[in-house]
Ligand binder design. Structure first.
Ligand SMILES: Nc1ncnc2c1ncn2[C@@H]1O[C@H](COP(=O)(O)OP(=O)(O)O)[C@@H](O)[C@H]1O
Ligand SMILES: Nc1ccn([C@H]2C[C@H](O)[C@@H](COP(=O)(O)OP(=O)(O)O)O2)c(=O)n1
Length: 643
């Protein structure tokens, strides 16, 4: 499984130009395809969801041409798709599946619509019932109420009234409304019960109007499309930035200092999720807004918890769940039952993953309640849900963490994590690598103390693994079992001591036998993999100095300062000899030199993370230097690099 490890973040600030809105992009594409005339769609979101829609339209015979940038020319088919029989695969794209179901059910052809397994678990029965009331001929190919679907030509009933439940997914109503003009008749939709996610219906009505169809409405209960309504291209359409995507960056500003400014959505937006900014303001964030931009910064007194009905911002509300980790008090997000039928059961997923970090979470059928706690590093699962991945990136302000399957953000925001990195500053790392007894540990510990940073003695982890394996009677060459031991190591780093399985280890890991053992287990790829996140989890505020063999190359490749510390083999052997004798351990200088040369050889020649000077590492040869001189040089470089 792919993953992304995030260091703890220190601050956030800057400007982000948002990708196009997913909701607007797919609605505009469908209406442009159904319209008379050509439409140029500018600033379209480039993502999985829009790709599914574009592919579907191509399959249906619609002329789709990519122009420069994220612009497309769509040759409208005037309500009649050229291809009358087709099978469409729509992945996990709800914003493609629902409206296409509605449009194709009334478009007079014979179509099969499929998606990924999760899509086949997401209900569509209420939409199908609505289409059947209009005369649609829809069959379920697997389970009643769920995709895949088979659509055959409808027998349209004149002057029909459709009843559709409003409390399931507003995408059903959106789909129906957008398809109604295809009947050619006057058609009315009555919404039964409370309509959820109303702002999404506003988007639908606004875009239909842009394509020349005025929906007459009575509140949120009744919508009528007059006979003879037809879609006509408005020529050029600009897609607004995605307001849900804006929520992550506004939250970053509110948590990480800010200001973080997003461009592409603002006060004049037709997207309901811009109201996320109000929710953030209720938490204390300072918000500024212009017609097409918004900015957020942290309040001096810190964020505070809220108790909020989130029905109007179902997607952006997820961002509040992780923002709550940085607010004083318990946050309750209510009226979010729709989370349960999204890309995943988002209430369950959110609760499970927040608990991994140590947060206190209570969940109900339609609410979630989050109380902050001291956060601890964890590997977060994302459930093929882009919003899970993006929401949990905010957690990096509280603890380093691992995000599994980070590429799921491609659904709406393929370069999310690059943009995240662009407006955040991670806790810095000074990476010190080099051969045995070059002085890494001594120098690293003193530099860490001088800078007020944490210190990671990564070699100790390999030594501890070797020791734990020996104690468990596991051969150092048994990769699988040694890796399992490394993954399960119960260690605690104290000021000047290490506890393994609750007991102080003392010099048991410093013997030459354990040096050799460490070098052997360190050559096993599975062992290195097992220790990777454990090492990165040390990268907390205000910063870290790490020493080892691969700090700069593998563990912290983005470290602002990398040092390669070395000295002649003879000098290093002498240093190690003195060190061992001082500790009261037995040693022989000739053997030590030989051991050290063998170990250098093994550490340099192994296939994974070999010992070598990185191209961007500064070389420091300590053969003729005192400890103080070596420390001073690294401190000079650190102050330059961390400015
Ligand atoms: N620049 C230096 N000059 C002299 N002795 C040093 C220097 N750096 C380190 N030492 C000594 O060498 C020994 C080995 O250093 P250590 O930090 O354990 O190396 P490493 O972590 O690279 O194996 C220590 O006893 C340390 O005091
Ligand atoms: N980041 C690291 C740290 C240590 N190792 C390996 C290589 C060394 O032979 C052993 C022991 O490392 P350690 O830094 O404690 O050893 P020295 O003090 O330099 O002799 O672990 C590694 O492969 N990668």
């Amino acid at each position: 499984m792919e993953f992304l490890d995030l260091s703890q973040q220190i601050s956030a600030g800057g400007t982000v130009r948002l990708p196009g809105s997913k909701s607007i992009s797919n609605r505009v594409l469908l209406l442009a395809a159904l319209a008379e005339g050509e439409t140029e769609v500018r600033d379209l979101l480039a993502s999985d969801d829009t790709e599914r829609m574009l592919d579907a339209l191509k399959t249906l015979g619609v002329g789709v041409d990519a122009l420069a940038g994220e612009s497309w020319r769509i040759k409208g088919c005037g309500g009649r798709f050229p291809v009358r029989q087709a099978e469409l695969f729509l992945g996990n794209a709800g914003t493609a599946f629902r409206p296409l179901t509605a449009a194709l059910a009334l478009a007079g052809g014979d179509y099969v619509l499929r998606g990924v397994a999760r899509m086949h678990e997401r209900p569509i029965g209420d939409l199908v019932d609505g289409l059947r009331q209009l005369g649609g001929n829809v069959t379920y190919l697997a389970n009643d109420g769920f995709p895949p679907l088979h659509l055959k030509p409808a027998t349209i009933r004149a002057g029909g009234t459709v009843q559709v439940r409003g409390d399931v997914s507003s995408q059903f109503l959106t789909g129906l409304l957008m398809a109604l003009p295809l009947t050619g008749e006057t058609a009315t939709v009555d919404v039964i019960g409370e309509l959820i996610s109303k702002p999404y219906i506003e988007i639908t009505l606004a875009i239909m109007a842009r394509f020349g169809v005025q929906v007459q409405r009575e509140g949120w209960q009744r919508f009528t499309v007059p006979a003879g309504s037809r879609y006509v291209s408005p020529g050029t359409v600009y897609v607004e930035g995605d307001a849900s995507s804006a929520s992550y960056f506004l939250a970053l500003g509110a948590i990480g200092g800010g200001p973080v400014r997003v461009e592409g959505v603002g006060r004049d937006s037709i997207q309901g999720d811009v109201r996320f900014a109000e929710a953030l303001a209720q938490m204390g964030a300072e918000i500024e807004m212009g017609p097409n931009w918004m900015a957020a910064r942290a309040p001096k007194s810190g964020l505070v918890a809220v108790d909020l009905d989130c029905n109007h911002i179902p997607d952006a509300a997820m961002t509040l769940a992780t923002t709550a980790l940085f607010a004083k008090g318990t946050t309750t997000l209510r009226n979010i039952a729709s989370w349960r039928v999204k890309e995943t059961d988002r209430i369950a997923a959110m609760a499970t993953e927040l608990r991994k970090l140590g947060a206190v979470v209570e969940e109900g059928e339609d609410f979630i309640r989050v109380t902050p706690a001291d956060l601890k590093p964890a590997a977060i699962d994302t459930y093929d849900d882009h919003r899970m991945a993006m929401c949990f990136s905010l957690v990096a302000f509280g603890t380093p963490l691992r995000i599994n399957d980070p590429k799921c953000v491609a659904k709406t925001f393929p370069d999310y994590f690059e943009r995240f990195a662009g407006v955040t500053q991670a806790a810095p790392v000074v990476a010190i690598d080099g051969p045995s007894a070059s002085g890494k540990g001594t120098v690293a510990a003193r530099v860490a103390a001088a800078l007020g940073f944490a210190y990671l003695d990564s070699g100790a982890l390999y030594r501890l693994t070797a020791l734990a394996a020996q104690r468990a009677g596991v051969d150092w060459a048994d990769e699988e079992r040694v890796a399992a031991i490394a993954a399960a190591l119960d260690v605690e780093f104290l000021e000047n001591e290490i506890r393994l399985d609750g007991q102080l280890v003392g010099d048991a890991i410093r013997t030459e036998a354990m040096s050799a053992g460490a070098s052997k287990v360190a050559a096993l790829p599975a062992v290195r993999e097992a220790l990777l996140f454990r090492q990165r989890a040390f990268n907390t505020k205000p910063g870290l100095v790490g020493d080892g063999r691969d700090m700069g190359s593998v563990i912290f490749p983005h470290a602002p300062l990398k040092v390669f510390l070395t000295a002649s083999a003879e000098v290093r052997a002498e240093r190690r000899y003195k060190q061992l004798i001082e500790k009261g351990l037995s040693a022989n200088l000739t053997d030590l030199l030989l051991d050290l040369q063998q170990r250098d050889e093994r550490d340099s020649q192994r296939s994974v993370a070999p010992l070598r000077q990185e191209r961007d590492a500064k070389l420091l040869d300590t053969t003729g230097l005192t400890i103080e001189q070596a420390v001073d040089q690294v401190l000079v470089w650190s102050r330059e690099a961390l400015k």
